[in-house]
Design a binder for this molecule. Structure first.
Ligand code: UN1
Length: 498
């Protein structure tokens, strides 16, 4: 019996008027659950519930909001193994990473709960006597969260954790590839005791649900993670309404390998960065830029290591890499492999869909490595699959120029033992994140996450100390307790003899 889910509106799971769709395991083809395609009327109902809940949620003291977040973190921890397995079954990442996905939400909820007792503003001296000046953060109102399939619990965790601690009720639309992960996450929030209307979840299409949320006049900010084209569309609709928008739109992340790099360490990092999550992370290592002095050695080792990876059902603890998440993903990745071949890139290993036996039921692609010229499409475009482009650089300057020659700017990395190159990379690489002697993936929740250039045109950062920016505005407060009119700039000038 496949479970049939409803929509979560105003604190209750509700039946929908909409048609239903199925979600499937990308490794086995098995149908996992069915979900409704929410209608425009249901979008309005969810936004209304969020709007009605705003007044009392914003007035709930932030430390009290934090207690509910902490309770949610405990529930997620209790259900971690179950949710990790759901992530792996529905999305296809290996089980260790499925558990990690859930852990990232637990970590952020724990962090955000503490933020309820911080949420620091500033107190600043006034230029006039007997006057106090300070800043406070205030929630913008009900917000829309639109999340991708590749981190189906972690990313909803970052976005909802920040919005909820800030005092914003949420209307959350998960990717249609991973609604089961989203629904299981929302069950944990429900059990934690958020008041009705504070958490709402709608499944369905981008055009009805996604657009409906973004365009709704009562939605005051939107946080979106996904592709650049959809991101541009969300950005435009949000601009029409003049609301805040947080965007995280992918990457073409590079590791630079200098001639003094520890090659063993580098190989471990490249395998994890390029083929972890089958390359389906915004932070995935999609380019390896190698100093010419070590290029041949690095390429040799790389091919050997890629060919040893065990590809199979991601629920098996021994599997190194699972399938890609959907038929569309498979089609796109295989198309890029063809583009590489047509453009004359040298295929070093992989390049094929895996077939035969259990492989026939899923979307398995070999770990693939191409030697690529810097101007080629495989050196420039996001692929979002297990395909790594290797490029040769003359020296550090050349490597940094190649690294920066793309439209994206999310993550970056350098392997070197020379302080000069490490510090140069920290300042030169155009990316929201730079790793030294570690791959481009693996961000921790207590630090800001996001990018520049087309990755993050609004330069918002999720997680970390910056997480609240997406969902709050600053208010500056002046309290004059002098008992008379004091004029800034004018009376001040007299005081200082100007
Ligand atoms: C993403 O791919 O959008 O740093 C998020 C990482 C993970 C998060 C990735 N912690 O790879």
């Amino acid at each position: 019996m496949v479970q049939e889910y409803g929509l979560f509106i105003n604190g209750k799971w509700q039946k929908s008027e909409g048609k239903r769709f199925e979600t499937r395991n990308p490794a086995t083809g098995e149908v996992l659950a069915t979900f409704p395609m929410a209608t425009a009327a249901e979008v309005n109902r969810a936004v209304k519930a969020a709007k009605d809940a705003f007044e009392s949620w914003r007035q709930t003291p932030a430390p009290r909001r934090g207690e509910i977040l902490l309770e949610a973190a405990h529930i997620l921890r209790r259900r971690k193994e179950e949710l990790g397995r759901i992530v792996t079954s529905e999305m296809g990442k290996v089980i260790a990473e499925g558990r990690g996905d859930v852990q990232e939400a637990i970590d952020f909820y724990t962090y955000a709960a503490g933020e309820g007792r911080r949420m620091f503003g500033e107190t600043v001296p006034s230029e006039l006597p007997n006057k106090m000046c300070m800043t406070v953060r205030l929630p913008v109102g009900p917000v829309g969260l639109i999340t991708p399939w590749n981190f189906p619990v972690a990313i909803p965790g970052w976005k909802s954790g920040a919005a909820l601690i800030a005092g914003c009720p949420i209307v959350f639309k998960p990717s249609s590839l991973t609604p089961w992960c989203a629904a299981s996450f929302v069950e944990c929030l429900d059990e934690a005791g958020f008041p009705p209307g504070v958490v709402n979840m709608l499944t369905g299409s981008g055009s009805v649900v996604g657009d409906g949320i973004v365009a709704h006049p009562d939605i005051r900010a939107v946080s979106f993670t996904g592709g650049v084209d959809t991101g541009r569309h969300v950005y435009e609709s949000a601009a029409k309404k003049m609301i805040k928008v947080g965007l995280e739109l992918g990457g073409k992340n590079a590791i630079i390998a200098m001639d003094d790099a520890n090659v063993e360490l580098l190989m471990d990092g490249v395998m994890f960065g390029a083929f972890g999550t089958a390359g389906q992370r915004c932070t995935a290592t999609s380019r390896l830029i190698v100093h010419e002095k070590v290029y041949d050695q690095v390429v040799d080792e790389l091919v050997g290591r890629a060919e040893k990876l065990r590809i199979g059902n991601p629920i098996d603890e021994k599997t190194d890499m699972g399938p890609v998440a959907s038929p569309d993903q498979e089609k796109k990745v295989l198309e890029y492999i063809e583009i590489g071949k047509k453009e004359g890139d040298r295929l070093l290993t992989g390049g094929k869909k895996l077939t035969g036996g259990a492989y026939d039921k899923g979307f398995f692609i070999q770990p693939t490595v191409f030697a690529v010229d810097r101007k080629k499409r495989l050196a420039q475009e996001e692929i979002f699959g297990p395909v790594l482009s290797v490029l040769k650089a003359k020296d550090y300057e050349d490597a940094a120029a190649i690294a920066n020659s793309v439209v994206y700017g999310l993550s970056s990395s350098i392997y070197t033992n020379d302080l000069r190159w490490a510090f140069r990379a920290m300042q030169d690489l155009e990316a929201g994140i730079t790793y030294v002697n570690a791959p481009t993936i693996g961000a921790e929740v207590q630090l800001p996450f996001g990018g520049t250039k087309e990755t993050g045109p609004t330069d918002t950062r999720e997680a970390g100390t910056t997480a609240l920016e997406e969902f709050t505005y600053w208010k500056t407060v002046y309290v004059d307790y002098s008992g008379r009119l004091q004029r800034a700039q004018i009376d001040t000038a007299k005081l200082v003899g100007g």
